[in-house]
Design a protein around this ligand. Structure first.
Ligand SMILES: *[C@@H]1O[C@H](CO)[C@@H](O)[C@H](O)[C@H]1NC(C)=O
Ligand SMILES: *[C@@H]1O[C@H](CO)[C@@H](O)[C@H](O)[C@H]1NC(C)=O
Ligand SMILES: *[C@@H]1O[C@H](CO)[C@@H](O)[C@H](O)[C@H]1NC(C)=O
Ligand SMILES: *[C@@H]1O[C@H](CO)[C@@H](O)[C@H](O)[C@H]1NC(C)=O
Ligand SMILES: *[C@@H]1O[C@H](CO)[C@@H](O)[C@H](O)[C@H]1NC(C)=O
Ligand SMILES: *[C@@H]1O[C@H](CO)[C@@H](O)[C@H](O)[C@H]1NC(C)=O
Ligand SMILES: *[C@@H]1O[C@H](CO)[C@@H](O)[C@H](O)[C@H]1NC(C)=O
Length: 752
């Protein structure tokens, strides 16, 4: 009886829910073929809104009072609109002339691993060019908005805005349009998608002002002006600056506390291209979508056609292969790594031994001659009861489990020394006085604590050491390829600094915490994520665009890939902290750490045209409409080629395939060096594979000469999902250029 009753109740509820869903409208992004626009219409807006109006009569008997409504029209990077539609209205729309495709609005993911709230400020500029490059380049940042009063956006020393700039500064809530200047030359917000999806209406939604900090951080990383004495309590004085400190910035706010919608992202990118940006930097992505439903893939295709490079973040999905986003063949996809900067707490024992540990304790404090305590029974430091017996002293914790937990504060000790070999050095919340040291160093400290007479410890915090640690190391959090949206092109492309990056922040959001209730705000902070790596690459791309205005987006990317460094600052292959410091593979870091100065003069370029990308789309077994969704016009594929002229090589295998296979590639390289040049190939085959190159010598008569070569990889599958890799390097004879491309054999991952 009860069972039946429950069943009927459930049935009632689900019917109700279904009915509700039927009647309710939600946002769809609709792609249209403009060539179908009937002549009476003066503009695409008029055509689209007329199309929407005609849907009102879809359900003549319905009692609905509201009507379908237009949210945005798009006219640059895609043709179409977004609209609030019910399911029947959507079905009716599909019969309208010019309809290509429609999909529901999606939610984007920001690529910051954590909000690292820190006050220790130091600007490491070793990886960044020190010159005033980028003055005539405009970078559009698609993000959470901007804090225009930040010192990073002052326009001291900036000449007049390039006359080709068509953008502007939207006034909005708490955002006077006079806040834009010669540095921050544009600020607009796109909230119609989020407004359509939520009932919330806060003043803050009607503004380009950053309420989250993310957009202020990413945009100041790309092109923030020089900020002298960026410091906290006078500690770690330094001059902060963006990668392209003279570039112009335009913010397109598409992210709100209430949500992040594809329709808004598309509107922001569409506007950026129309306004005349040269580079788009976008530190977010859409997961689990095929290229023809990925707003970033769609908008960046249109941007690429207009010569605008889109630089994007790979995502923060940690080490599982194949979870990267933005693995789009026509964008730059950026992975994250560490810098050679060490935030230290120096531990000095009573016997004189000094150990440089890791600490990011934000307090202006030090621990002096504090009695050192080691008790094996409670060395895990995880028992409040056992720890409460101590009211002073520095306790040794043989584990990091209680790190940052209140347990340490409840013990009332002066400080804690944490011993661990598994800290990833990207986390930065450090609420209590302490230092993290390795087990090797820990053994010495324990020995002294147990055997010394009245053992003591002194700890100095807030120390920043540069150049002493191995770097870069691939970050644990950075998402790995192959790209689920198209595995046939190696992604990510390059790695850039993403861990504990210092840049501007919003002043009304605390950036550090001491104990449980002391919150500290600052106008700069340290953040980690591929969100922070992407704007470094965007800034470098902006510098390259400034130096070589004639280069296509593919040429800029090629220069960055073929000059990237696979070695770290100790001359060893870059390691991957996510795989226990094993040698990093290209599915983690692409070709390696981006090297801006080398990229300025790459020697050879692997270029690609719009037609090449269309040939690639035609090879993908997409329907005509899916291709038109990306390429905008109806395109009949008569020929196709999956062999894009890309500056890297990837061969994929299915787990368990026994047979030996050969994958062949054709490449065309353009000489961008000065005058004639001869290059010879140096090949390292991936372990277990054989790579052949023909010819092995390329002779160029003059600048812009093109030569082609073919490369084949003979490889076999294994059961281990192993990624193996090698490289081909074209080395200039009697010259300085080396042009390196990674060669990868990787397991196939699911494809949408
Ligand atoms: C915007 O700024 C200008 C110049 O500082 C000022 O004259 C104007 O009153 C401001 N507008 C608003 C709405 O605050
Ligand atoms: C360690 O702590 C335990 C539990 O509080 C206590 O019984 C023991 O005496 C301590 N050992 C030393 C050497 O202090
Ligand atoms: C504390 O850590 C020890 C050693 O790792 C473990 O055996 C014990 O169960 C932990 N206790 C608590 C309360 O978590
Ligand atoms: C690509 O072209 C080849 C050769 O013309 C053809 O066999 C193949 O079916 C085409 N693939 C697609 C997806 O159209
Ligand atoms: C190509 O698309 C067709 C029709 O959509 C499908 O039947 C076929 O399995 C696809 N082939 C591949 C290799 O994905
Ligand atoms: C797979 O891994 C196992 C264990 O690491 C190793 O012995 C074996 O050779 C690997 N197989 C291949 C095909 O690499
Ligand atoms: C690969 O295939 C083998 C044999 O079918 C299976 O045992 C193994 O778990 C697979 N490996 C992965 C990583 O899926």
């Amino acid at each position: 009886m009860d069972f039946v009753k429950q069943m009927s109740l459930l049935f009632f509820i689900s019917c109700f829910v279904v009915n509700l869903a039927c009647a309710e409208r939600s946002t769809y992004i609709v792609h249209m073929d403009k060539s179908f626009m009937p002549t009476p219409f003066a503009s695409h807006e008029e055509w689209y809104s007329n199309t929407i109006d005609s849907l009102k009569f879809t359900q003549p008997n319905s009692k609905q009072q509201s009507s379908p409504s237009l949210i945005y029209t798009y006219n640059n990077v895609l043709h179409g609109f977004s609209a609030l539609l019910s399911q029947p209205e959507l079905e009716a729309l599909k019969d309208s002339p010019g309809f290509i495709s429609a999909y529901s609005d999606k939610v984007a993911k920001l690529d910051t691993t954590h909000s690292y709230k820190f006050l220790s400020l130091n600007q490491e500029t070793g990886l960044w060019p020190a010159s005033n490059y980028g003055e005539n380049v405009i970078v559009g940042v698609i993000d959470t908005g901007v804090w225009p009063e930040s010192r990073s956006f002052r326009d001291d020393g900036m000449p007049d805005i390039p006359s080709r700039w068509k953008g502007g500064c939207d006034g909005g809530y708490d955002f006077n349009s006079s806040l834009c200047n010669k540095k921050l030359i544009g600020a607009k917000y796109f909230n119609k998608g989020v407004l359509a999806a939520t009932k919330t209406r806060r003043h803050e939604m009607y503004s380009a002002r950053d309420a989250a900090g993310h957009g202020t951080h990413t945009s100041s990383t790309v092109g923030g002006n020089y900020v002298k004495g960026a410091s906290y309590f006078g500690y770690a004085m330094g001059t902060a600056r963006g990668v392209a400190p003279r570039a112009r910035l335009a913010m397109y706010r598409v992210i709100f506390e209430e949500g992040r919608y594809a329709s808004d992202v598309l509107a922001g990118m569409d506007q950026a291209v129309d306004d005349g940006v040269d580079i788009i930097s976008i530190s977010m992505g859409f997961d689990d979508v095929p290229l023809y439903e990925d707003p970033i893939a769609i908008a960046s295709f249109g941007a690429m056609e207009k010569g605008v490079l889109v630089s994007s973040s790979a995502g923060n999905y940690y080490t599982t292969l194949g979870l990267l986003h933005n693995g789009i063949p026509w964008v730059l996809t950026v992975a994250a790594g560490s810098m050679d900067r060490w935030f230290a707490g120096t531990l000095t024992l009573g016997n004189g031994l000094t150990i440089t540990g890791w600490s990011m304790f934000p307090g202006k404090a030090s621990v002096r001659n504090s009695p050192l305590i080691f008790n094996k029974t409670l060395s895990a430091c995880n028992s409040t009861e056992l720890l409460s017996q101590f009211t002073s002293g520095t306790i040794i914790c043989n584990s990091i489990d209680s790190f940052n937990r209140e347990i340490i504060s409840q013990s009332r000790v002066d400080a804690a020394i944490f011993i661990t070999d598994s800290f990833t050095f990207d986390g930065s919340t450090f609420r209590y006085p302490g230092v993290i040291i390795s087990s090797e160093e820990g053994a010495k400290v324990i020995r002294y604590a147990l055997n010394g007479a009245n053992p003591t410890a002194t700890i100095e915090f807030q120390q920043t050491l540069l150049g002493k640690s191995r770097a870069p190391i691939v970050a644990e959090y950075t998402s790995r390829g192959p790209s689920p949206s198209y595995p046939g092109v190696l992604k990510p492309d390059v790695m850039a600094p993403g861990t504990l990056v210092l840049a501007a922040w919003i002043p009304n959001d605390p950036v550090a915490l001491i104990g449980t209730n002391i919150r500290l705000s600052n106008d700069f902070t340290l953040e980690s994520g591929t969100s922070m790596a992407c704007p470094h690459a965007s800034g470098i791309a902006a510098l390259l665009k400034g130096a070589h205005p004639e280069w296509s987006p593919a040429a800029i990317r090629s220069a960055m890939v073929t000059t990237a460094n696979p070695l770290d600052n100790m001359g060893d292959p870059i390691k991957d902290i996510g795989f226990d410091y094993a040698i990093a593979t290209p599915v983690s870091m692409g070709a390696g750490q981006v090297d801006p100065n080398s990229a300025l003069d790459p020697g050879l370029i692997y270029d690609a045209s719009v037609e090449d990308y269309i040939q690639l789309l035609c090879s993908m077994n997409y329907t005509e409409k899916q291709i038109a969704t990306i390429a905008r016009s109806k395109y009949k594929c008569s020929t196709n080629s999956s062999d894009l002229n890309y500056p890297s090589f990837i061969a994929l295998y299915k787990n368990g395939t026994k047979s030996v296979r050969t994958k062949r590639f054709e490449r065309i390289v353009t000489n961008v060096g000065d005058g004639e040049a001869v290059y010879k190939a140096q090949v390292t085959s991936p372990k277990g594979s054989l790579v052949n190159v023909y010819p092995e010598t390329l002779v160029f008569g003059q600048k812009y000469d093109k030569q082609s070569y073919s490369l084949s990889i003979k490889y076999k599958a294994d059961h281990n999902m192993t990624v193996t890799f090698g490289s081909i390097t074209w080395v200039e004879e009697n010259g300085k250029h080396t042009v390196r491309s990674p060669i990868v054999v990787a397991p196939m991952i699911p494809v949408w």
